[in-house]
Design a protein around this ligand. Structure first.
Ligand code: HEC
Length: 449
């Protein structure tokens, strides 16, 4: 027994000793500074040690920085996302510099539970860094040992003072194999340049404002769950679409970058913001009849945009590039999910052929109204929420609709799977109704042999 204990102790201690040199270089608890690939820091990245693959060699993976133009004094969350389909452990490093002199830090990066901030001192130290350059990096917990899928690191950033000029972020990401060594890991690098945002003024809205999504036919009738495109000026000073982190579970955000929109006094769900255009999803409970749409940013509220609430305002996806040969084709996808229904080659950049009798094609709609079970506006649909009482005709011939309802995984997007009825080859008019309400667009599709 005594001998066994001694043996154990000997193996134990020698294991610890042989591990020591590795522990000294251990990087899963944060990466050594100056490894973002920033040219001013020598252009080196994590692949200095994680050498199995060259940096950025695998097109299946990436590192991405998300940040918006900055307003001095207004903190924002900068996000670094790292992805590779085979990775099972993650790490990153981020630095922010002034473009007028990239040796100067730009603003301040704040540490949090998942992120440490190291200062460019010898030896490296921890934030606060004063005027020293900063490197935000993972901590052991946020390497997400064993977790696959996208890794997102959020770092709160206080922008520099007014007049600093453009800022550039450099980031490196490690999509690691969870081997607890520096082998077998894939390194990616990127940079993102942002500017100081223009000062915000009260939003103004233009006449065409308020048209429901134009690619789906437009119009001023809106239904719960349908979409509005608002055009104008000074709507905001940044441009971005909603992202996964804007959702609370399945619930979409009611404001983005300080921009909110009310429809009949109720908060809409904000999908896209930019200085000249904002897209929102209409909330539930707007009732029927005249109502006002109002955009608000941090400087104030816009004028009213008059619109009309209805129960259903179905519109089929049929954008301008599907308007060819003097007719508006509906976007209809064949079951291979890549070929569209049209004469071969008639839509630039799109693979197409006529649909065959008996084949199932998929159409996309918005604004089709309530489903069963009901899915509240502003939530990601799941299951099979179906629309009752839908009809699709090819000319005079009724088609079998094998599915009409919300597209699972999407917000406010409907999908109709339709079996092409027995009609003569050629152009044919598509007519669609949802619970007695007809799609207002004049739409064509193409049937062949
Ligand atoms: C000076 C060499 C060195 C540099 C530079 C370096 N690492 Fe490492 N890294 C290591 C070593 C050694 C290990 C294995 C020991 C450990 O896990 O700590 C490791 C492990 C890791 C792991 C765990 C890998 C796995 O498969 O389990 C991650 C994640 C990681 N590093 C991220 C980074 C990132 C991100 C950078 C660049 C910003 C970086 N490292 C730069 C030496 C380095």
């Amino acid at each position: 027994m005594g001998v066994v204990t001694k043996m154990f102790n000997k193996i134990f201690w020698s294991a610890v000793l042989s591990a020591l040199p590795i522990l000294m270089f251990a990087r899963s608890g944060g990466s050594p500074i100056r490894r973002t690939g920033a040219p001013i820091d020598g252009g080196t990245d994590c692949s200095a040690c994680h050498r199995t693959f060259a940096a950025n060699a695998d097109p299946r993976g990436y590192v991405r920085i998300s940040a918006v133009n900055y307003t001095p004094g207004k903190k924002q969350t900068v996000r670094v996302q790292v992805f590779h389909p085979e990775a099972a452990r993650w790490g990153f490093q981020l630095t922010a510099r002034q473009t007028r002199d990239e040796s100067l830090k730009a603003g301040v990066l704040a540490p949090n539970d998942n992120v440490q901030v190291n200062c460019d001192t010898t030896p490296a130290s921890n934030a606060p860094c004063g005027s020293d350059r900063e490197f935000a990096t993972h901590v052991v917990a946020s390497t997400r040992n064993g977790a696959s899928g996208l890794a997102t690191y959020s770092v709160e950033w206080t922008p520099p003072e007014a007049g600093t000029g453009d800022v550039v972020f450099y980031a490196a990401g490690n999509a690691a194999d969870n081997g607890a060594t520096n082998g077998g890991d894939r390194i990616f690098t990127t940079s993102l340049r942002i500017s100081q945002a223009a000062a915000l003024a009260r939003p103004t809205v233009s006449n065409e404002s308020g048209v429901a999504l134009q690619g789906f036919g437009g119009g001023r009738n809106i239904a719960p769950g349908s979409w509005i495109e608002i055009f104008g000026a000074n709507l905001t000073n940044v441009t971005r679409e909603w992202a996964a982190w804007d959702f609370a579970g399945v619930n979409a955000p009611k404001s983005l970058e300080g921009v909110g929109v009310t429809v009949g006094g109720r908060d809409a769900f904000v999908r896209f913001v930019s200085p000249g255009q904002v897209n929102v999803q209409v909330p539930d409970g707007i009732g029927t009849g005249p109502l006002n749409v109002v955009v608000t940013n941090e400087a104030g509220a816009s004028a009213n945009i008059p619109m009309t609430g209805v129960a259903r305002a179905p519109g089929v996806l049929a954008p301008g590039n599907f308007n060819v040969g003097g007719r508006q084709l509906a976007v209809a996808l064949l079951s291979d999910n890549t070929t569209f229904v049209a004469r071969a080659g008639e839509i630039a950049g799109v693979t197409s052929r006529p649909a065959r009798v008996g084949e199932t094609i998929t159409l996309y709609l918005v604004g089709a109204g309530a489903t069963n079970p009901a899915v509240p506006a502003g939530t990601v649909a799941s299951g099979t929420p179906v629309l009752a009482n839908t009809t699709v005709r090819f000319g005079d011939a009724p088609a079998t609709v094998s599915y009409a309802g919300l597209a699972p995984g999407a917000v406010g997007l409907y999908q109709f799977n339709v079996v092409v009825p027995n009609v003569a080859a050629g152009d044919v008019r598509l007519a669609i109704t949802v619970d007695g309400v007809a799609v207002a667009q004049t739409l064509t599709t193409v049937v062949g042999n």
